[in-house]
Design a protein around this ligand. Sequence first.
Ligand SMILES: *[C@@H]1O[C@H](CO)[C@@H](O)[C@H](O)[C@H]1NC(C)=O
Ligand SMILES: *[C@@H]1O[C@H](CO)[C@@H](O)[C@H](O)[C@H]1NC(C)=O
Ligand SMILES: *[C@@H]1O[C@H](CO)[C@@H](O)[C@H](O)[C@H]1NC(C)=O
Ligand SMILES: *[C@@H]1O[C@H](CO)[C@@H](O)[C@H](O)[C@H]1NC(C)=O
Ligand SMILES: *[C@@H]1O[C@H](CO)[C@@H](O)[C@H](O)[C@H]1NC(C)=O
Ligand SMILES: *[C@@H]1O[C@H](CO)[C@@H](O)[C@H](O)[C@H]1NC(C)=O
Ligand SMILES: *[C@@H]1O[C@H](CO)[C@@H](O)[C@H](O)[C@H]1NC(C)=O
Ligand SMILES: *[C@@H]1O[C@H](CO)[C@@H](O)[C@H](O)[C@H]1NC(C)=O
Length: 445
Amino acid sequence: MHSLLLNLVVRICLFNVSNSDKITFENVTVRSYFYKGALETQATSVNLKKIIPDEEKVRVDITGGVPILYEKSVFDIPNLNSLDLADVGLEEIKPGAFGNLPLLDTLFLNRNNLTPIKNGTFTDLNVSYLNLSSNSIFLLQRGAFKNFKADHVSLDKNKLTEISSGVFENVTLRSLSLTNNHLYIIAPKALSAIGLTTLSLFGNKLEEIDPEAFDMQELALLDLNDNSIKLLRPGDLRNLIELEVFSLEKNELKEIPDGIFNNTKLTYLNLAANHIVKIASKAFDGMLALTLLRIDSNNLTQWDDWLTSPFASISVRFNQITEIPDEAFKNYFRLFNINLQGNRIRKISTKAFRKLEQIRYFNLADNEIDNWDPDTLGNVSIVSLDLSENRLKCIKGDLETIFKNVQKIRLENNPWKKECAKKVEKFQKKKEANTVVGWLAAITI
Ligand SMILES: *[C@@H]1O[C@H](CO)[C@@H](O)[C@H](O)[C@H]1NC(C)=O
Ligand SMILES: *[C@@H]1O[C@H](CO)[C@@H](O)[C@H](O)[C@H]1NC(C)=O
Ligand SMILES: *[C@@H]1O[C@H](CO)[C@@H](O)[C@H](O)[C@H]1NC(C)=O
Ligand SMILES: *[C@@H]1O[C@H](CO)[C@@H](O)[C@H](O)[C@H]1NC(C)=O
Ligand SMILES: *[C@@H]1O[C@H](CO)[C@@H](O)[C@H](O)[C@H]1NC(C)=O
Ligand SMILES: *[C@@H]1O[C@H](CO)[C@@H](O)[C@H](O)[C@H]1NC(C)=O
Ligand SMILES: *[C@@H]1O[C@H](CO)[C@@H](O)[C@H](O)[C@H]1NC(C)=O
Ligand SMILES: *[C@@H]1O[C@H](CO)[C@@H](O)[C@H](O)[C@H]1NC(C)=O
């Protein structure tokens, strides 16, 4: 987009230094973009103000070396709309470097060598986006973000181990990303009362969810993937009353007790890739808003009727479940999507589907099913059933009758006996044709 604006490119040299002041911008290239065009200058100055054009709403991109931002170096610039100081070798920001920047909207300080962020660095700033990713920040001092307001701050890929209290003092911040740091402590209330709705913490070293730290009354999305959380205690989420999307993939959970998730507003819960062997029977009770529950790649050996909403999908792929017991889906008459691919299911009770009328999508692919009782499905209607990659050698009886209420079926990659393979193939062809007719009918209607 900027290149389109480069219709008015002038190269000028500016030199703007008085003797006493420390020079922040020394022989840097300053590209300014504004409504009427763009300007490129090679400049030296203590203050950015002197080296950008006097146009309204200027976006500035600096290249060159800027090791230290001295006090008041980016100060009192009423027309500065965006400042890109990424990749300039920045090592230090003196408190008070930024100030009086009423139009500033985005500030890029990513890909530098910042280490601590000192008290007073971002005081009184009001921006929509601040990017501090890919530095070497290991400390945020108390008061680093005082009286600060932003929609989104990104501190990804730094070296933070702790968020202490008082870092975000009198702050309004909607979305904070702290992925790929080394965080293992978030102090009580450190992130409370700042209005966070989205918090990304994936790729850290957190071992627990301390409800005093995770006290964010407006938080809707929390990503804790790839941490070291070992256990959950009842009430851990009690101060996250608006949480809707919660992801705990790739942690070290072994058990899901009652009293964590029940009666929450969660619509999405991801517990995949932990070491879960046990889920308490009421763990997901009263989660009426749930639309997707993921428990893939754990160590569950038994199916339980975990779904507590008829509109929810559940994915329990790649566990160690061996059978589908009697009345396995008794909570509701209708269910949405159930994915049990890649387990070790061999036995399906002939009473498994009792009390159930309808499932939209039921995936049993890549299991060990070697026998399919013709009465298994009863009158349950299924839009899509996947039985591929099992150990079926034959299914007794008339397939069209057995699967009369199944719209779409996959049966490939089973070790069908010769005499059965033909029957299966013929049946599948017919089903496919019917499905196409069904699709066409649906389209023309
Ligand atoms: C300023 O930088 C340019 C290249 O960016 C270089 O050619 C020039 O010699 C430098 N001038 C001084 C005074 O360092
Ligand atoms: C921050 O900036 C926005 C947009 O420029 C403005 O609407 C808002 O009033 C400002 N807030 C404060 C506290 O200055
Ligand atoms: C923020 O900085 C990181 C690291 O340089 C970069 O990957 C990311 O794209 C930046 N974000 C935005 C929105 O520019
Ligand atoms: C931060 O700096 C301000 C102004 O210099 C000072 O008044 C305040 O005590 C400092 N806060 C901390 C926590 O060091
Ligand atoms: C809090 O910060 C806002 C600007 O974001 C400022 O107007 C207000 O005076 C600050 N309040 C206190 C108590 O410092
Ligand atoms: C969740 O269940 C536990 C015990 O099973 C109960 O004490 C707690 O009140 C329930 N939570 C909510 C929010 O209802
Ligand atoms: C499941 O348990 C087995 C044996 O106890 C272990 O070797 C395996 O790594 C576990 N898998 C997961 C995903 O935790
Ligand atoms: C299935 O439906 C048929 C006809 O509607 C009925 O006669 C039969 O009893 C039902 N089977 C089961 C297992 O509910």
